[in-house]
Every structure is written in structure tokens, then in C-alpha cells.
Design a protein around this ligand. Structure first.
Ligand code: GUN
Ligand code: ZN
Length: 451
């Protein structure tokens, strides 16, 4: 039995989908909660006054005053190899891919480069309170080994996979259908289910895979139950037109993935900005999820995701929030929520704070079919948590004094919050990041020091 970790402070967790139920029935807020963790799981969560008496006298309780404890944030779609090109001037998606992305991704033949980039990526993620991500690596299996090896040191639950790509990219980044299949199977055997690691079969997007590779990709996914499939769909208008040219027999972009057997539970498609009603219906019926990537869509000028259409109660599609770094511009899911709100506003839909926090926690877990393990604070759930400091910056502390209820407080926190707001991150019950300790130059995660 491992030791017990106990933390005390205000805590918030979602138990149901506020897009489909009355908001007040969807969350649990405890103004003074005690959360007790052991063996990587939450073993008690409730009002401190009721639980504190059950703790053995020698257990130290860490108090987080003027803070809010949440389930760790979940990022449903992100590219760790692109960490070094965040904020590269890109004009639009296809230009940005050619001029920056495909150049950066060629460096991942080098094992040291892959490990160092994975460390920076994971350090920045946990510094923002993100405890799970669905990650695109590169075409080179070294990039996957490096990522999972670094994530394993932190005992993190992540989904990751080797990019499959056999056309329309530089020759150095291409595999073949057979190579892609064999390398994917070998990586699944090496990593899927090892500790908390989960494998995501990762065809980059329809334009970079031949029909033969699309078929073999579906085969390897179906032959390995419990694995994921992640890709991109309908991010920009020119990409949609290109897909139409490449797959003239398919009805639309989603139909390309349907045609090759790539939709279903545990399939997560990034973006979905230009989807039709028929396409949303097909995603709903198949149980496929969309990763909404607001900072990326704004940065590349890709378009405005239509949240109200995606969550239409007649045929709701699972949606989770995502950074899509390096086209996305910020590791912080608070910043990402803020931008999601603005995109929704421009679509005539006012995304409430509760809806936004849901999308970055339990909603994201549902999109990843992991809501029985992560995304909520409850007894039996894996103990991944973030502690947010309500006075992380002078203006945030000042503004908080002028809020009068939980909803206002949450909204201000996502509007003014960023990486500085996370003051501690717990993974599987262990504190892996403390802002105060880092400020005092005692970097809390020695394994993430970069050479
Ligand atoms: N579509 C295909 N590849 C990518 C990528 O790396 N980033 C984004 N944003 N879109 C893509
Ligand atoms: Zn992406």
C-alpha cells in the first residue's frame, strides 16, 4: 500500500453533461473539501468537516486556501513534436504544414531530440495542470518510444501514436502501408496498457494516406481492441476541397473515414470546423468524438467551430477541448476555454463557464471514452488533479473580490487565467508540480530537466 496524500480546499467536479442536462444537476462543488488519495486513486472526497476525522493522526493535510481544486485538465488533441514551432507565422494550414511542421518533425529520428522535446512538452503540460493528452508523435517510432518513456516516469495516463503518412509530405516523413502497419503493431505491443499508457493509431489526415494505407490503418486498429484512432477532419475549407479531389467517390470528408472503417468508439477527430449536418449525424451514430481546438482555429484562420450544432440534443456528438499545439498557441486549458468562449460568441452561442470547464475535464474524458477513470473527482477515480490559485496574478485576485457566485468566479478564472494560475498538479495521487517550489528553483520534476 502506498502512502496517503490528503489535500483540502474548495473543489469542483462534473458528473453529468451540462449540454444535455440542467446545469445545476451536473456538478458537485464543495467550498471546503478534503480529498484523500492512495494507490493512485481518490479514496475519499467530501466536506472536510465530515471526513477529516477518518484520517490517521500522522497524515499531513496540504491546505490550498483561496484556490480551486479541479480534476486535471485533459487535452484531446495535441502534437508534442511541434512544441518548438508554436507561434510560427503560417498563413494557413497547408502552407504552415509544409514550411514548419514537416521540417520540425524530421528531427525526430534523433533519440535525444525526441526525449528532450517530450520532456519540455510534459513539463509545460503539467505546469498548466494538464494531466492527460491525446498526442500525435511523428512518423518515426523513436518519437513514440521517447514520449511514452518520459510520460511513464510521471505515471501519466496519455494516448499517443506514430503518425501514418505515405503520400503528400516530404519523402523523409513517409512510411508505406506495410511499414506503417508493422511499426504500429510493434508500438502497440510495446506500450498499450503498459502502466497508464494507451495507444492511438494515428493516420495524420486523409490527404496524407493512400487508400491502401487507410485500409491497413483500420485493420490494425480493429485487430487491437481498446486502442484509439486519432486524425483530423474538416479543419479548413481548402483541405475539404482537396479531400473531395482525392476521394471523389466519397460523399463528404467524414464519409472518407467511414468508407475505410475508421469511425467508431475511441475515434477522436480534431477540428470539425466545416462539417455538414449529415457529417455530424454520422459522427453521432458511430460514437466518434470531435476535439475542439479553438486557439489553433483562430491562429491559422481555419474557421469558427459551431458548438451548438455539435451538441444538438437530437444527435449529440462527443466533444472535448484541445490545444492542437503547435498550431494551437497555448498549453493552458484555461486560455483554451477563453478562446472557445469567443469562438462560440462569434457563432451566436454564449458558452457558459460550467460548459467550458466540463469540456476540459469530464467532457474531454467522455470524448476519449475514459470517463470511468479520469475527468472527475470521485471515490475510485484516478487521482489526477489541478489546483488553481484564485489570486495567481494581481488583477485576478482583485477581480475575484468582485465576483458574487461560483459561476462568475469560474468565468473570470478562465478569462484571466493562464499557466500562472495552476499552483499544483497531482498525477496518480503524487504532487508532480508545485509553482512555489519551482519559483524557488527547486524544480519539482527532476525527471523533466532538459539537457
Ligand atoms: N492537419 C494535418 N496535420 C496537421 C497538423 O499537424 N496540425 C493541424 N492543425 N492540422 C493538421
Ligand atoms: Zn492537429
Amino acid at each position: 500500500m502506498s502512502s496517503i496524500t490528503a489535500i483540502r480546499g474548495a473543489a469542483l467536479s462534473y458528473s453529468q453533461d451540462p449540454f444535455q442536462n440542467a446545469v445545476e444537476d451536473c456538478f458537485r462543488y464543495e467550498a471546503d473539501a478534503l480529498i484523500i488519495m492512495q494507490d493512485g486513486r481518490v479514496i475519499a472526497f467530501g466536506p472536510a468537516s465530515e471526513i477529516v476525522g477518518t484520517l490517521a493522526g500522522d497524515v499531513e493535510v496540504t491546505r490550498y486556501d483561496n484556490c480551486l481544486i479541479l480534476p486535471g485538465f485533459i487535452d484531446c488533441h495535441v502534437h508534442y513534436p511541434q512544441t518548438e514551432i508554436i507561434g510560427a507565422y503560417g498563413k494557413h494550414l497547408l502552407d504552415w504544414l509544409q514550411n514548419y511542421t514537416f521540417i520540425a518533425e524530421q528531427k525526430f529520428k534523433d533519440r535525444d531530440h525526441a526525449h528532450n522535446t517530450a520532456k519540455v512538452f510534459l513539463r509545460e503540460s503539467i505546469r498548466c495542470g494538464t494531466t492527460t493528452s491525446a498526442v500525435f508523435c511523428t512518423v518515426d517510432p523513436i518519437s513514440v518510444d521517447a514520449f511514452f518513456a518520459e510520460a511513464q516516469k510521471l505515471n501519466m495516463r496519455n494516448i499517443a501514436g506514430k503518425v501514418l503518412m505515405d503520400r503528400n509530405a516530404p519523402p523523409e516523413l513517409l512510411d508505406t502501408p506495410q511499414q506503417g502497419y508493422d511499426q504500429t503493431q510493434a508500438l502497440i505491443d510495446r506500450w498499450h496498457g503498459k502502466g497508464r499508457a494507451l495507444y492511438g493509431v494515428t493516420p495524420r489526415f486523409a490527404p496524407t494516406s493512400s487508400p491502401e494505407q487507410m485500409e491497413m490503418t483500420a485493420s490494425v486498429w480493429h485487430q487491437n481492441p481498446g486502442t484509439y484512432l486519432q486524425s483530423h477532419v474538416s479543419e479548413t475549407a481548402s483541405e475539404v476541397a482537396w479531400v473531395k479531389e482525392l476521394f471523389p467517390a466519397c460523399r463528404n470528408y467524414v464519409d472518407v473515414y467511414a468508407h475505410f472503417g475508421q469511425l467508431g468508439e475511441r475515434c477522436i477527430l480534431g477540428h470539425g470546423v466545416h462539417l455538414s449536418e449529415d457529417e455530424f449525424a454520422e459522427l453521432h451514430e458511430s460514437g466518434t468524438a470531435i476535439a475542439h481546438c479553438p486557439t489553433s482555429n483562430l491562429f491559422l484562420g481555419s474557421g469558427l467551430f459551431e458548438m451548438s450544432m455539435a451538441v444538438n440534443p437530437r444527435r449529440p456528438v462527443r466533444v472535448g477541448l484541445a490545444t492542437d499545439l503547435g498550431a494551437g498557441t497555448n498549453f493552458s486549458q484555461l486560455v483554451t476555454m477563453n478562446e472557445a468562449y469567443k469562438i462560440a460568441q462569434l457563432r451566436g452561442y454564449a458558452l457558459s463557464a460550467h460548459h467550458a470547464y466540463y469540456l476540459a475535464t469530464r467532457g474531454a474524458a467522455r470524448a476519449l471514452y475514459l470517463e470511468d477513470k479520469i475527468g472527475s473527482i470521485a471515490v475510485g477515480m484516478e487521482a489526477d488533479l489541478v489546483v488553481l490559485d484564485l489570486a495567481a496574478t494581481p488583477v485576478l485576485g482583485y477581480r475575484m473580490q468582485h465576483t458574487s457566485n461560483l459561476e462568475e468566479m469560474l468565468f473570470v478564472l478562465m478569462t484571466l487565467g493562464d499557466d500562472r494560475t495552476a499552483c499544483a498538479t497531482y498525477i496518480a495521487g503524487e504532487r508532480v508540480y508545485s509553482r512555489e517550489l519551482q519559483v524557488r528553483k527547486e524544480m519539482f520534476v527532476p525527471s523533466l530537466q532538459v539537457e
